[in-house]
Every structure is written in C-alpha cells, then in structure tokens.
Design a protein around this ligand. Structure first.
Ligand SMILES: Cc1cc2nc3c(=O)[nH]c(=O)nc-3n(C[C@H](O)[C@H](O)[C@H](O)COP(=O)(O)OP(=O)(O)OC[C@H]3O[C@@H](n4cnc5c(N)ncnc54)[C@H](O)[C@@H]3O)c2cc1C
Length: 400
C-alpha cells in the first residue's frame, strides 16, 4: 500500500487526505497546531462560505498562469464540491450564489471532515511541526519536532500564515525554498489597507456604499487601474470591507515592488460625475441659507461630512450660498474623488489569504512538482488566490 504524507491539515490537506485514502493509500496528516482544520472555523465569519455558484476562473482568481488554473477547475469545480459535501451528508444553502452549510456553522464542515478522515482511517499527528523535507532512496524523509517519517509520496498543503496570528512563520514557504521550487513571495491579500492622515480616527466605524479606485504605476511608468464598489468600512487606520479586500493583493504587490500608488474614494458611486454635478448644484440652490453641516449630512454620514467640509476649507457653522463659491465646488469634487494616501496593507497574519506561492508552471496536471516525482502542492501554497466569496476554499477543494 502506498504511504502518503500530507503536510498541513487545513482545507486542502484534509481534502487531499480523503481523496488519496479513497484510492487505497495509507495516509498520514502532519499538522503543527493542536488540532486540524482550525482555519475553517473562522471562514465566512464562522459560517464557512465554501464555494460560489457564480464562477469564472478568469474573473475570480489571480495567478501567473490562469489557463493552467482553468484546467484544474475543469476537473473539479463548484458542482463537484456540492456533490462531495452532499454525499458526506451536508445540506448546502445558496445565498445569492454564495454557498454555505445550511446549519450556518463552519464547525459543521470541519466535523464532517473529521468524520470522513476517521472513516477512511487517515492518521493524524498534531503538534507536529515539519522542519525539513528531503528526497531519499527510501522515499521522502520528513523531519519534524517529534519524529522522522518516510513516505512514498508527499503532499505539501501547508497553506499560508494568513489569519493564523503567527507573525514570523510563512507556512510551507520555507520547505518550498529548501526544495528549490520556483515561487513568488507570499504577500497579504484580502486584507485592509492602512492610510496616512489624522482624518481616519474621525471617520472610524463608518460603513457606507462607495467605490475605491487604485492607480498603480511601475518603474517604467506603466499604470494599472483597479476599481471596486461595495460597502466601505472606514477604520481608525484606513479602509476595510469587501471592496478594499478585493483590491488589496494588487496594493501588496505594488508596495513590495516600491511602485507608486494613488487612490480615491467615491462616496456617490451610483451617479456619474455629470449627474452628481447637477444633483449637487440643485441641492445647493434649494438649501441657500441652511447650515452647511446639516446640508452635507443630508447626503452622507455625519463623520464623513465633517471630514469633507474640513478638507474643503468650510467651517461647520457656515451657511449655504448660491451661486457656489470655490469651497463648495471643492466639496462637490471631494464627494466623488476623495484622495487617500496608502501606507501599507494589513500584515499577513490578519489577512484572509496570501497572494504568491509556487508557480503553476512548476506543477503538472496533477499538481505534482515536475522536478520532484511524487511531491505535490495544494491550496494556498500554490500561486492561486481568489476573490472574496468562497473562491479560496473552492481552490482548496479542487487542488486537494
Ligand atoms: C478569517 C478568514 C476567513 C476566511 N473565509 C473564507 C471564506 O468564507 N471562503 C473562502 O473561500 N475562503 C476563506 N478564507 C480563506 C481560506 O480559509 C483559505 O484559502 C484556505 O483555508 C486555505 O487552505 P489550505 O489548505 O491551503 O491552507 P490552510 O488552511 O492555511 O492550512 C494549512 C495547514 O498547514 C499547517 N502547517 C503549516 N506549516 C506547517 C508545518 N511546517 N508543519 C506542519 N503543519 C504545518 C497549518 O497549521 C494549517 O493547519 C478565509 C481565511 C481566513 C483567515
């Protein structure tokens, strides 16, 4: 019987363990934490958004090699995920395409995995930190803080440190480096963006509809623009919320390469600039003589209103006058294009995933490392990161 070792008992490692043991292998998971699958419990705010019915590898994922990525999804995708979980006895619910366990509890998904691992007699070693991996004549030698193990084949499912509160350890990247497999550094993705300026403290706690635009410029002067709309969450250090998360991987990469970043918030994303100008001017006209703060508050959260007024050089006690003066015009502009100064992203350990990892070009159609027969890579350790919405777990299931 083939002996397979799996480094990391996260989503992709557990899925790989079940797949391998279903094919008759003897499987052992080596997990450094005190229990397996811990991260799953935190997913989807404890509800586990396990996949998404609206799916496009091109649109929903980032990777150096999206064509290859599509081929992996051709073999196991959303419907296969649904079938897998349903066969295990899970009822899945669909919220606008976002898939969750019907129980509304991520723990249900983890418990189901634990049940399957037991059913297929997968051995699990916890508090077992893999320190090195080498290819020997006897197979793969895995040295841990406890024992040494030999396996015929090895699956690297060590993920990333995203969401793990381990500031200094970048998951399995150390092992990848030692094995000389080509990979991009792991950078925070799906995370908040920290900005300079005192105004953030004044706006902390605000949640509002908005759009973020980020313009990135590399050393050759090439620019890329990214735009996301949705619920903005303003914090005491900058911006958070889903639109920010979706953009953050591009910001991480730009900052790592010391490229220029420029960013704006649009607090009235539902209107074009021309439409907004007409609306704003009409509002000013009909509000002549009113207090400027209550006028602005009529359109936006008070905390944001105060910041925009200050930036436009207008005192809260002033009265609206028509025709508009320069400060009123500046205020009108700030609503649609409020400049923010990006400082950094939140660090990896408070991010949801990492961008970077092993190039797909290093792997064959079964995610086997081309240069190391019998060595496989799954999950976040590969150069694949998805948007918010169940796409990262879908990749974990697919690769596992
Ligand atoms: C707060 C949060 C919420 C999220 N919500 C969602 C969501 O709702 N939907 C979604 O699709 N995605 C979500 N994600 C992302 C998703 O959880 C991950 O993409 C997915 O879990 C990655 O699976 P993985 O198997 O690659 O790695 P991981 O789940 O990170 O598992 C890797 C495992 O390897 C272990 N390990 C690492 N190094 C070693 C070593 N040297 N020796 C032994 N063991 C080791 C780790 O302890 C860990 O258990 C969320 C992530 C976070 C942090």
């Amino acid at each position: 019987m083939k002996k397979i070792g799996i480094i990391g008992g996260g989503a992709s490692g557990m899925m790989a363990a079940i797949a391998a043991s279903k094919k008759g292998a003897s499987v052992m998971i080596l997990e450094k934490q005190d229990r397996i699958g811990k991260k799953i419990l935190a997913t989807g705010n404890g509800k586990c958004n396990l996949s998404n019915l609206s799916f496009s590898a091109q649109r929903d994922y980032h990777s150096r090699d999206k064509e290859k990525l599509e081929k992996y999804f051709d073999r196991f995708c959303v419907q296969d995920t649904i079938s897998f979980f349903e066969e295990c006895g899970l009822m899945i619910t669909d919220k606008n395409g976002y898939l969750y366990p019907r129980s509304g509890q991520a723990a249900t998904v983890l418990n189901l995995f634990l049940e399957q691992l037991e059913k297929y007699q997968v051995k699990v070693q916890t508090e077992c930190v893999v320190e090195s991996v080498s290819h020997t004549k006897k197979g793969y030698l895995v040295k841990t803080n406890k024992e040494e193990y030999y396996f015929d084949e090895l699956i690297l499912s060590a993920g990333s440190s995203a969401g793990t509160k381990e500031k200094d350890k970048l998951g399995g990247m150390q092992l990848i480096k030692e094995l000389q497999i080509k990979a991009d550094p792991m950078l925070p993705a799906l995370t908040a963006i920290r900005c300079s300026g005192e105004q953030w403290k004044a706006m902390a706690g605000v949640r509002c509809d908005g759009e973020i635009t980020v313009i990135l410029q590399d050393k050759q002067g090439k620019t890329q623009t990214f735009r996301e709309r949705g619920e903005l969450q303003l914090t005491e250090y900058g911006i958070s919320g889903i639109p920010t998360f979706q953009l953050s991987r591009h910001v991480s990469k730009a900052l790592q390469q010391h490229n220029k970043t420029e960013a704006y918030l649009d607090f009235i994303p539902e209107l074009s600039w021309q439409e907004w100008k007409l609306v704003f001017e009409k509002q000013v006209k009909r509000s002549t003589g009113r207090n400027v703060l209550s006028f602005t508050e009529g359109m936006i959260n008070k905390k944001v209103a105060q910041v925009l007024l200050k930036e436009a050089g207008i005192r809260n006690t002033e009265l609206i006058c028509y025709p508009m003066n320069d400060s009123a015009k500046k205020l009108m502009q700030l609503f649609k294009k409020y400049p923010i100064a990006i400082k950094e992203t939140n660090p990896v350990f408070v991010s949801q995933v990492c961008a970077g990892g092993v190039y797909l070009s290093e792997l064959d159609e079964n995610l086997q490392v081309k240069a190391h027969q019998g060595l496989y890579v799954t999950g976040e350790l590969a150069d694949v990161d998805g948007r918010c919405g169940g796409y990262n777990l879908q990749w974990a299931w697919t690769s596992g």
